[in-house]
Design a protein around this ligand. Structure first.
Ligand SMILES: NC(=O)c1ccc[n+]([C@@H]2O[C@H](COP(=O)([O-])OP(=O)(O)OC[C@H]3O[C@@H](n4cnc5c(N)ncnc54)[C@H](OP(=O)(O)O)[C@@H]3O)[C@@H](O)[C@H]2O)c1
Length: 318
């Protein structure tokens, strides 16, 4: 195993840990032994971790945790970015000092994570961070980028489309809107009135969600919408159906609706994260970071994320 000198002298690390499942109040920063890279694995010195709803959904109670295979004491957070600091036997393609990002299921808010170098799911994956992408941005890409890409693949928007994106201003929305714009589609995005400028800056035409949404969309697009993705619940699915969009061009990520495809980031096409990272590096896609917190303020960060009104992403600095 190759090792850099950056390992802490104690062999320990800071990590957010839970000793019971629950809300932000169960999150504590603890000193625990740092993991070591085994064969086929790399260890990453984490510099930034991005939060997602799944972080607090899977740690909210024992039943949810069990569905994700979590046991106590558990860690917190999945999206990470940082620098490779150990490489296990048999690893090719990564070396100490490489800048990387990826996913480490419910263990990312820590000084170090260990992942399989050939891992291929958001729970366990690593990619090179291109020049031109800073670590805070890289730490936002994995779950939201995968999920936005999977949702768009289900409806395949192009230059002839007017796409309605429900819940467009959140973590998945910022990727979905911009990727749809890259495909050439016109994008109408739902958000609160307070998110209108944020949505415009992403390239979407804002429309306020809630009662009367179908009429407001009709007014914006008198010739109709041709596809829709619902990133929040079911409202956008129902409105799209009301406006005549066939189920084959509607997709959800946060609810189950009979007849409509449910996209999952786990099923995103291979290579999408590299493509998204390259778009960021080239200046064609940007990730608004709504707030950054030091690890010591993890409870505030988790509470903000769980409030469901973040415009973009929440990032923890390590
Ligand atoms: N299937 C999968 O693989 C997968 C993966 C990732 C996430 N998800 C799920 O997808 C959902 C979105 O994830 P995310 O990361 O984008 O969450 P997020 O960042 O927490 O989303 C926050 C956004 O939700 C918007 N919002 C709040 N109430 C809304 C409403 N009634 N209608 C429309 N938008 C509303 C907010 O907009 P305003 O501030 O303007 O109100 C805010 O910008 C979550 O439920 C998450 O669990 C699924």
């Amino acid at each position: 195993m190759q090792a850099q000198s950056k390992q802490p002298p104690t062999g320990g690390m800071r990590a957010v840990q839970l000793h019971s499942f629950g809300g932000p109040e169960v999150l504590n920063v603890c000193e625990i032994p740092a993991p070591e890279a085994g064969p086929g694995q790399i260890r990453v010195r984490v510099t930034a971790a991005g939060l997602n709803p799944m972080d607090w959904i899977m740690t909210a109670d024992a039943d949810a945790a069990a569905r994700f295979g979590l046991t106590l004491p558990a860690g917190f957070g999945t999206d990470y970015a940082g620098v490779v600091d150990q490489v296990g036997d048999g690893v090719t393609g990564f070396a100490p000092g490489d800048r990387v990002f990826g996913g480490a299921l419910s263990r990312a808010v820590a000084d170090f994570v260990v992942v399989d170098s050939a891992g291929g799911t958001a729970a366990n994956e690593v990619h090179h961070t291109p020049d031109g992408v800073d670590d805070r941005t890289a730490a936002t890409l994995t779950i939201a980028g995968r999920t936005a890409s999977a949702a768009l693949a289900a409806v395949n928007p192009g230059p002839d489309d007017t796409l309605l994106v429900g819940g467009a201003s959140g973590g998945v929305g910022v990727f979905a809107v911009q990727l749809a714009r890259v495909s050439g589609a016109r994008v109408i995005g739902t958000g609160s009135a307070a998110s209108a400028d944020h949505l415009r800056a992403l390239g979407a035409e804002p429309v306020v969600y809630g009662h009367g949404l179908a009429d407001r969309v009709r007014a914006l697009a008198p010739n109709g919408i041709t596809a829709a993705i619902d990133l929040h619940g079911m409202e956008t699915v129902h409105v799209a159906r009301e406006l005549g969009v066939p189920d084959s061009r509607i997709c959800t990520i946060a609810a189950q609706v009979d007849g409509v495809a449910a996209a999952n980031g786990a099923n995103a096409a291979p290579g999408v994260l590299e493509e998204i990272a390259c778009l960021v590096a080239a200046g064609h896609l940007r990730v608004p970071v709504a707030a950054r917190f030091p690890i010591e303020q993890i409870r505030s960060a988790a509470a903000l994320q769980a409030g469901r009104h973040v415009q973009g992403k929440v990032v923890i600095d390590l």
